[in-house]
Design a protein. Structure first.
Length: 267
């Protein structure tokens, strides 16, 4: 069984794709005279904050290879900015919600999926870490909003994508899930102890740059929508424990296949 995080599964592949690959793509876009380049970054680059909401201008404190790779990409792409090439770095809050490519390894989706499939809301940490959350559809809407924003306002800017009201401690997420699935019990498994990722995020800059942009989903509304879909598809324990909805498990299996010995049959 694979226990590593996605980025740590193979750090060099993570750096090659998330950092070097992203910078290479940006260079190609600039060479092709693409005027705007939006990089999908992450609030995870703040890693562990000091207790106050972190803004885009604050110090970064990555605690994973994934987060480190996002920082390297931001720095490399920012260096390409000029009067003809305008990058923007959207530091997205942690995604959740129903989508055609459903993932249950995202914290809110995971807690709800566990409640539906197993009747328990399993928290592997102590429940105290903070996470900013955003529905995946609101992330897409943010990208669309930046497409029509004045170039001069957003040129080469890093912007946190989310809402101040959508910062939650993990135990708060569990409370919302329990309201939606009353039969489920909250269980603290203690598998990872105190999660080193702990950050509350300030989204003031987003409100200033895009004053008309608002999230369409609150966490409770988004999870209620997801619950309807899980119930409709009879989401079960085999679904929760299987590989289909967990990207890391799929990657583990694919890497295993790459390292399997190849037998060549000869006549």
């Amino acid at each position: 069984m694979c226990h590593a995080s996605g980025g740590d599964l193979d750090p060099e592949i993570t750096r090659d794709i998330n950092a070097r690959g992203s910078i290479t793509l940006a260079r190609a876009a600039k060479a092709a005279a693409v005027p705007r380049f939006f990089f999908s970054s992450s609030c995870s680059i703040y890693g562990k904050a000091d207790g106050r909401p972190v803004a885009a201008a604050d110090a970064l404190n990555p605690v994973s290879v994934y987060a480190e790779s996002k920082i390297i990409a931001e720095e490399g792409i920012a260096a390409l900015a000029d009067c003809n090439f305008s990058p923007v770095f959207l530091r997205n809050a942690t995604a959740y919600g129903d989508s055609p490519m459903l993932r249950i390894d995202l914290v809110a989706n995971n807690l709800l999926g566990c409640a539906v499939a197993k009747g328990n809301i399993c928290i592997m940490s102590d429940g105290t870490p903070w996470r900013p959350l955003i529905h995946c559809k609101d992330i897409a809407r943010a990208f669309m909003a930046f497409l029509i924003a004045p170039r001069a306002e957003i040129h080469n800017q890093a912007v946190n994508i989310g809402s101040d009201a959508e910062n939650y401690q993990v135990r708060n997420i569990a409370e919302i899930v329990q309201r939606l699935v009353p039969r489920a019990n909250v269980v603290y498994t203690g598998e990872i102890g105190k999660d080193p990722r702990d950050y509350c995020v300030d989204f003031t800059k987003l409100r200033r740059l895009l004053p008309d942009f608002r999230l369409q989903y609150t966490l409770e509304a988004g999870l209620e929508e997801l619950l309807i879909q899980l119930s409709r598809h009879r989401f079960s324990a085999p679904d929760f424990d299987g590989d289909r909805f967990v990207r890391l498990r799929i990657l583990c299996h694919r890497l295993d296949r790459l390292t399997m010995p190849i037998t060549v049959a000869t006549a």
